[in-house]
Design a binder for this molecule. Structure first.
Ligand code: HAM
Length: 463
């Protein structure tokens, strides 16, 4: 007897190198093989995960309605210089992470690495400045960053993004944080904390930046390689470098909070009073600067306080009072934030949130024979039109296997059309709970099915 191989089963890993070999197709034609996987850092969201995504989308859409936001959809692709000017040349996003390329027509474009720049562009382009203020808009969509992929960090991720344009009052900063909190709670994520900071405005930040630069310059030898070059391009970002040695340097660095102009100081003070009033869980993190250059005054991030699991921000945002003007619009104060939907879903799964249940069909439509098959397609559509969700298995010929499926799906009613019923324009209606069945005419069918379904709901509620 041949001995069974004791070789361990290993998951099939596709070697890119191996697959990169050219494949000879015809006599002269050589083609690259097809990699049966999406590009690195991107993934499919399979049907089994969709209940979480639907749950989250419902929460986001509902919160948007309740807080008076209207939806806007902008293209995934924009002219690259929109992001370069908005997000900033010295940022990681623009320097390292943007998917940027030239079209066949020679336009330099980029996959959106975030939403705010597109929102600002659309606000100016469509003259939204004439709308009653504040203008509240939100988007849901995918975002692209060529970062190093790992758990919770993807090259394609999804954001729900909210922006309020046209008002300066700190109450809006508080309202946007309250909205972010609401979204978290409605997703079943309770253990979170907001980290808030203020990074000043065009008036007070230059002075602070000079002070910070000269401090960091004196400690240059203690900084990591990347932060040494950040000293030239984006010194503020050194404050939130996670390297130990940089952390030690930045702990003693001057803080923006101590160098604010009167307006920024009172803006931040008012915001904190609102947050206290709302009893929102927050801490001041004087090192929080965010990785996008357009921010002024308030910046914030949302972090999970669960002990286990990877630490990353679930969302973040801030005020950007100068962006619209930088892009050529009129002076327009604004504030916004985005939640990372992929990360929110990981968090929901981590804390064992049960997503909303999707409604399931309560009726199964079975058919036998060619004529019955033709009739059932029309009947299926009639039932749907009258609001009855129906499951079917039109591809299966055997009645037995269709009935087995109906049983497995746990429907309340099974409708059967055979050759005889098809000719007589009738349908067999089987009440699955009682096992009784009767033949109905097409005219009486829908009221009869609705009656059985109503009764089934009553019985299941009574149980
Ligand atoms: P952001 O902090 O860069 O802000 O991104 C928002 C959220 O998206 C993050 O807090 C995180 O949850 C998620 N996220 C970011 N990068 C990744 C990634 N590679 N993989 C998975 N999730 C990720 C912005 O994008 C701003 N535009 C938000 C804003 C709106 N500010 C004002 N208005």
């Amino acid at each position: 007897m041949p001995r069974k191989s004791k070789k361990k089963k290993t998951t099939k890993k596709i070697s890119r190198k191996k697959l990169a070999k050219k494949v000879k197709v015809g006599r002269d034609v050589v083609e690259e093989p097809i990699l049966l996987q999406p590009p690195r850092g991107m993934r499919d969201i399979l049907p089994g995960e969709q209940s979480y995504w639907n749950h989250l989308r419902q929460v986001v859409n509902r919160a948007a309605r309740e807080y008076g936001f209207q939806r806007i959809d902008t293209p995934i692709l924009e002219y690259a210089n929109l992001f370069i000017r908005s997000v900033g040349r010295g940022t990681d996003i623009v320097e390292k992470e943007m998917y940027i390329f030239s079209t066949k027509g020679g336009d330099k474009v980029a996959l959106r690495p975030e939403f705010t720049a597109s929102i600002a562009r659309a606000y100016i382009q469509h003259g939204m400045n004439v709308l009653p203020k504040p203008v509240k808009i939100y988007s849901i969509g995918s975002v692209y960053r060529y970062d190093r992929p790992q758990e919770g960090r993807y090259r394609e991720h999804w954001q729900a993004n909210f922006d309020i344009l046209g008002e300066q009052d700190p109450i809006l900063d508080a309202q946007i944080i309250q909205l972010a909190h609401r979204i978290m709670l409605n997703c079943g994520i309770k253990n979170i904390q907001f980290q808030v900071n203020t990074i000043g405005c065009q008036q007070c930040r230059p002075e602070y930046k000079k002070l910070l630069e000269s401090y960091l310059e004196s400690k240059k030898h203690k900084l990591c390689q990347q932060c040494r070059s950040r000293l030239e391009t984006n010194p503020l970002r050194i404050l939130d470098c996670k390297e130990d040695k940089c952390y030690q340097v930045s702990s003693l660095a001057p803080q923006s909070i101590d160098h604010l102009c009167g307006e920024c100081r009172s803006h931040f003070k008012n915001l904190l009073e609102y947050l206290d009033e709302l009893e929102l869980p927050y801490v001041i993190n004087s090192k929080l600067v965010r990785g996008l250059d357009y921010y002024t005054k308030t910046v914030f991030e949302i972090w999970s306080t669960e002990k286990e699991g990877k630490k990353y921000s679930l969302g973040g945002g801030g005020r950007y009072d100068g962006l619209i003007e930088t892009l050529g619009g009129e002076k327009t104060p604004a504030i916004g934030f985005a939640v990372g939907m992929d990360r929110l879903i990981l968090e929901m799964q981590r804390v064992s949130v049960r997503p909303y249940l999707e409604p399931k069909p309560k009726v199964f439509l079975a058919q036998l024979g060619d004529l019955a098959k033709r009739k059932s397609l029309r009947l299926f559509s009639d039932l749907q039109k009258s609001g009855i969700m129906v499951a079917e298995s039109f591809g299966r010929g055997s009645l037995k296997s269709q009935l087995r499926l109906a049983d497995k799906l746990g429907v309340a009613v099974t409708l059967i059309i055979g050759q005889k019923e098809a000719l007589e324009e009738t349908v067999i209606v089987k009440d699955m709970a009682s096992g009784t069945q009767e033949t109905s005419t097409r005219e009486k069918l829908i009221p009869l099915v609705k009656k059985i379904l109503k009764n089934a709901v009553y019985v299941s509620n009574k149980k």
